[in-house]
Design a protein around this ligand. Structure first.
Ligand SMILES: Cc1ncc(COP(=O)(O)O)c(C=O)c1O
Length: 483
């Protein structure tokens, strides 16, 4: 097992053995490391308890079509047609359903590559992919490292360009590595970046030129919480540069806040690819009754569009506002983005030295303070000191988590909260000392913190926490910046 992924696993295991619980284990670990959305259990459980979910057709108890029951694949095709704004109806025969996108990554690597082949991926990236693609066929990853320093006249840190992709392809070829595919995650995990249609088209043209399968992971496509930001699925394109080699992934874990349902799909017009995946789907099925439930959820557009998505977005927005405000209060710069469950934050000034060893020590220090976040090394980030912080959780837990982060930084003597330091200016970061909350333009530079955090939105406490806690709310904890 490679080191990078084991950091995530190590943290997750520590959390599993010592989960925070408000009454049963208050000193347990707060998990701000695993990319889950815990803001909507009330909406989901209410919907999943309705009568139409309790259905037991004999077919649901029989062996299914391995790539998913046709009723579910039809529902997925129809759902993606609508929510991806496809120019013409998507076809059920192009859909393969498996128990999560991780299974899809393993299976797609096995059907597009031979053992020892490689898949190109820009870094930082969602680190579990490394193990997923290695699982069945020993496929490895080749990196396009993105720099946290904006450069070349552009103000976007971690900017992905075709030139950078081409360069890594050339290097791989020079080293005799056969690259068969490239992965694009949009909206991006962990950056929260949304690539425009023009950018995605350029990336797909690059894949075509190099005869690469393009695996486009859009699992966060509906998790864009700022209305002014827009995401465009590649399934909405009138024309794809290489339709036979473009495969789009989506699932229930993120956009439906239901990682436990274990449902991932891939849409591809390449029937050889679909058939090959169907063989592996034999090991990755979802139980029939769960397929029924998922189909019912997807079919209920009224609930999805009028209830679930708007409430989910509002809650995400409030939670993001809270955690980003707390980070500014700590003097920690971060990428201000509008999608995903996470904030990509720059803790470089908290490192004892600029090394991954120091980053690991900081991560361990956070865990000693009972808060789990994910260090940049787990995402193959080229520069030490970056951490991914999940904000999609109950407000009370976020408060406690941010208090614990603050305590850890205080112990190290690394809390400034006074805006950008000289080091930031040298790194080409802009000062926003006069901004109450940085603009979320989706592509802006890294924002150093203004001097004081925004007030905690009072309505949010009621809106989120009371939805699914049956016990009365405890008095709000002191916001972290008043510790
Ligand atoms: C970008 C991305 N793709 C895929 C996955 C895996 O999703 P699933 O729960 O469907 O296996 C994740 C999970 O964090 C993710 O962030």
């Amino acid at each position: 097992m490679c080191r990078q992924q084991s950091i995530l696993q190590e943290g997750f295991l520590l959390y599993q053995n010592d989960k925070h619980h408000f009454t049963r284990n208050h000193n347990g670990i707060i998990n701000m490391g695993t990319s889950e959305n815990k803001l909507c259990y009330d909406l989901l459980s209410k919907r999943l308890m309705q009568a139409d979910m309790l259905h037991m057709d004999p077919a649901l108890l029989e062996y299914p079509d391995w790539k998913g029951h046709s009723f579910l694949r039809e529902e997925v095709a129809s759902f993606l047609t609508e929510y991806c704004k496809a120019p013409s109806p998507l076809e059920a025969e192009n859909v393969v359903v498996m128990n999560g996108c991780s299974s899809l990554f393993s299976s797609i690597a096995a059907v597009t590559c031979d053992p020892g082949d490689a898949i190109l991926v820009p870094t930082p990236f969602y680190g579990a992919i490394r193990e997923d693609v290695a699982l069945y066929s020993g496929v490895r990853l080749v990196h396009t490292h993105l720099d946290c320093q904006p450069g070349g006249g552009d103000d976007r840190p971690f900017l992905l360009t075709v030139e950078k992709l081409e360069k890594s392809m050339e290097q791989a070829k020079a080293e005799g590595v056969r690259v068969r595919a490239v992965i694009f995650v949009n909206p991006h995990n962990p950056l929260g970046e949304i690539y425009s249609a023009e950018e995605m088209t350029a990336f797909l043209e690059f894949a075509k030129r190099n005869e690469l399968h393009a695996i486009v992971d859009e699992v966060y496509m509906l998790s864009v919480f700022d209305e002014s930001a827009s995401f465009q699925s590649v399934l909405s394109f009138d024309r794809l540069p290489d339709v036979q080699r473009t495969h789009v992934m989506w699932g229930m874990s993120k956009d439906f806040a239901a990682a436990g349902l274990r449902m991932g799909v891939v849409y591809s017009q390449n029937q050889d690819f679909v058939l090959a995946l169907a063989q592996l789907a034999f090991c990755h099925g979802i139980p029939g009754p769960s397929q029924h439930q998922v189909a019912q959820l997807l079919r209920d557009r009224d609930w999805v569009s009028r209830e679930f998505l708007p409430q989910n977005r509002a809650r995400m927005e409030a939670a993001h506002r809270y955690v980003s405000g707390a980070l500014r209060g700590l003097g920690i710069p971060y990428l201000h983005r509008s999608s995903g469950f996470y904030i990509w934050a720059d803790f470089r000034k908290a490192l004892s030295e600029q090394s991954f060893l120091a980053e690991r020590k900081l991560w361990q220090c956070f865990i000693r303070h009972k808060v789990l976040v994910s260090p940049g090394e787990a995402f193959s980030c080229a520069t030490p000191g970056w951490f991914r912080i999940i904000f999609t959780d109950q407000e009370e837990r976020l408060q406690l988590g941010m208090q614990r982060l603050r305590k850890a930084l205080e112990e190290l003597g690394r809390v400034s909260g006074q805006g950008a330091e000289n080091g930031d200016e040298k790194a080409g970061l802009q000062s926003t000392a006069d901004e109450a909350e940085p603009k979320r333009d989706g592509h802006g530079p890294l924002r150093p913190p203004p001097p004081s955090p925004p007030a905690l939105p009072p309505h949010w406490l009621m809106r989120i926490s009371s939805h699914w806690t049956s016990r009365p709310l405890s008095p709000p904890l002191a916001p972290p910046w008043t510790l």
